[in-house]
Design a protein around this ligand. Structure first.
Ligand code: HPA
Ligand code: ZN
Length: 325
């Protein structure tokens, strides 16, 4: 159970995949709306299938479920549902990923995706008081040329998109594969972030910093075993968006008690706590805060530091200037 202190802490959520926020109830509603077949007979059995051996086991299930999102209204409903739920957790700022390639493959036009998500963000700002923003992610198992094509495709929305990122299958797809994508994105004025050091090695985090020069690293937990890299992340003030429940669910760490978050905090890193794909991994942002409080023994000062870090690491914060650029 989430304690009152966590519940009332204002926070920014900086690592959440919109397509990964699809609750089983909405999954079934959209499957019925769009006449898409699901591999499970009901919500309970879908939820029961959310047990994973790792990232590469999870991703196909995520993409399969995302196939129920077909029309603009679906993307609006998804974004509205997440922002409504996030507001209940004290989220005041949400920088949300959308992996557009999954839906382009399924024939959903980019305009249907972006206009609907942006419209739900705008409504939530007025109705819920949550300041939402959109980060477009590409998938690293695809080519850099595919990712650069996405930059061309989203160009008409550039002023309304906060940044770009990179996710999906990390191992075997090192950051250097996407050096040109990051260069192009930066030239277009986007803020940049990259999944690195989730199930990939610390070396991928180092390579991401050297080659892609992102404003933020998503996950980055592999860096915890590398003191020189921890020192570099601290010195360069590179924020890390850590997702504890995700890391346990995808067996990136053996248990919550062994999660390196405390090590990262004690090393002076600008580390934040986030939910990644909440229905799949067992909870929203407050559940993640509660898990680290309970299993890592974080006190109120540490929890408040995490919440404060989330605003400092936000792309909205003028104080956040990555010193390594
Ligand atoms: N890692 C990488 N890519 C993703 C994830 C994740 O946890 N969730 C959705 N896309
Ligand atoms: Zn992620």
């Amino acid at each position: 159970m989430t304690d009152a202190f966590i519940a009332t802490l204002p926070k920014a959520e900086l690592h959440v995949h919109l397509e990964g926020t699809l609750e089983p109830e909405l999954l079934f509603a959209l499957a019925a709306r769009n006449r898409v077949e699901l591999p499970w007979p009901d919500v309970d059995q879908a939820r029961a299938a959310y047990t994973f051996t790792g990232l590469e086991h999870f991703l196909p299930l995520l993409f399969r479920s995302a196939a129920v999102l077909r029309g603009g209204r679906d993307f609006y409903d998804l974004t509205h549902a997440y922002l409504t739920r996030a507001a209940l957790d004290g989220v005041r700022r949400a920088e949300m990923f959308l992996g557009v390639q999954t839906f382009l493959d399924a024939g959903v036009p980019i305009a249907d995706q972006l206009d609907s998500v942006l419209s739900a963000i705008s409504d939530a700002r007025a109705d819920l008081g949550v300041d939402g923003a959109l980060i477009i992610t590409c998938q690293r198992h695809r080519s850099q040329a595919d990712a650069r094509e996405v930059l061309d495709l989203i160009e008409p929305w550039r002023e309304r998109i906060l940044g770009i990122g990179l996710g999906a299958a990390e191992r075997g797809n090192p950051p250097a594969k996407f050096a040109g994508y990051y260069e192009d994105a930066r030239a277009r004025g986007y803020r940049t972030t990259i999944h690195a050091g989730e199930d990939g090695p610390a070396e991928y985090v180092r390579e991401a910093l050297d080659v892609c020069r992102p404003d933020r690293i998503d996950h980055g937990v592999a860096a915890a075993a590398d003191p020189a890299l921890l020192a570099r992340l601290r010195d360069e003030a590179v924020p890390l968006t850590v997702c504890p429940l995700s890391n346990v669910a995808l067996r990136v760490v053996p248990s919550m008690a062994e999660h390196p978050l405390r090590t990262m905090l004690e090393a002076g890193l600008l580390v934040t706590v986030n939910s990644d794909d909440p229905p799949y991994f067992g909870g929203y942002v407050n559940d993640n805060y509660a898990a680290v409080r309970h299993h890592l023994g974080l006190d109120r000062t540490a929890l408040a530091d995490l919440a404060r870090n989330s605003f400092h690491a936000s792309f909205d914060d003028p104080r956040h200037i990555a010193t390594h650029l």
